[in-house]
Design a binder for this molecule. Sequence first.
Ligand SMILES: Cc1ncc(COP(=O)(O)O)c(C=O)c1O
Length: 460
Amino acid sequence: MIRELIARREGENHGLHQQYLNPFLVRVLSIIGYDVVYVRGEGPWLYDKEGNRYLDFLSGYSVFNLGRNHPKVKAALMEVLELDRPNLVQMDCPLLAGLLAERLVEVTKRAFPGLERVFFTNSGTEAVEGALKFARAATGRPRFLHLEHSFHGLTLGSLSVNGDAYFREGFGELLPATAIPMNDLDTLERELKVGDVACFIVEPIQGKGVYVPDDEFLPGAQELCRRYGALFVLDEVQTGFGRTGRLFCGEHWGLEPDIVTVAKTLSGGYVPVGAIITRPEVHRKVFRNLERAVVHSNTFGMNELAMAAGLAALEVLEKECLVERAAEMGARFMAGLKGLQAKYEMVADVRGKGLMLGIEFGPPSSLKLKAAWKGVEGVKRGLFAQLIVMGLMREHRLLTQVSAHGVNIVKFLPPLVVGEEEIDYALSALDAVLAEAHRFPGGIWGLAKDLVKGALGARA
Ligand SMILES: Cc1ncc(COP(=O)(O)O)c(C=O)c1O
């Protein structure tokens, strides 16, 4: 039925979304040349109807660390379907959930000893919502601390700890929360001292902007949290499962969080899944007696497809040594990016760890380029980075993204299965687009017209 339906309606994608989902998103995709109709995905590649292939350095925002449609995860899901399992009985203890929890604790404990209890969710934001509730239950305190530029999801609790006004504005009153500048331990301590903080929640490397903290910051923050009785919550929804060249990003600094949130890649790219992994003493404060056995729950969290996908994804990650591969390929990518930084004046910074990397652009000093830069950046900050993303897509079929709103940072999140060939292809594409960007008139500046028109339209 689905095969026939897809064959009959393929190509109507954008029209349907225009009509029923989000017409403004459809317009944005068309302006930046991302209005492709993809028909297939395999490993790090996407394919359109004409058979063109696209190198996916977006990875569905880090859902596809294993690459797309991994045969082992697919086989696990098909087995579950064939077995007609007793799914979602609810008043029940499903086996696969127990097995995935056992496996998650086993692998998590290698990085973060002491995290021994699991609660399954359906998304990253739901894991964060749960972590915030758990922190309140464990401490009896109301307020949360988070970093400027943070991103933890977009439901109301997660939005309360979001560090970007763009996402928060227009949605009314949120939970009591305070933003701390990255690397500012004095401000963190001042806020913790007030005594009303349930937890400090932090992405070990920030997804929006690929900001990497100084080496002293996170260990110092953890120490301060302990001193003032607040929980230290690490949000590894994006950085977890090998993305940064370690199984968990917090390992880079030897962290020992009280709670870790995960999601995205745990599904192997198929079905929604997430988890809150906590110390037993935190868990005990939430589920503390018979009366409160179901005080926090959900309907779909332990569904058999998600659990099977999680078990298979963890096995693939280990068997294919993808964490080590991310470290190795990340080092190659980073070396190439550093080379581009030395070569091009508008590359202001390159940063990140493993295969979570960013390149930041800044204003040029040569006269001709200055005028071009002002022409786009004067309309809206961050449009230059969007031009680079457009150039990479239009001329090289390489998918990337501008890393946050109003910044000139392009982010790269390749699947961890990429090899030297794909990394080198991406670097040469970036080299070519940057060469064009440093030539004016012409080059990718020709794309600016559409973009500026679009940006002006969006403001109107
Ligand atoms: C660090 C982090 N936390 C939470 C979330 C929210 O996850 P979801 O989109 O699955 O709700 C994201 C999503 O990008 C994320 O990067």
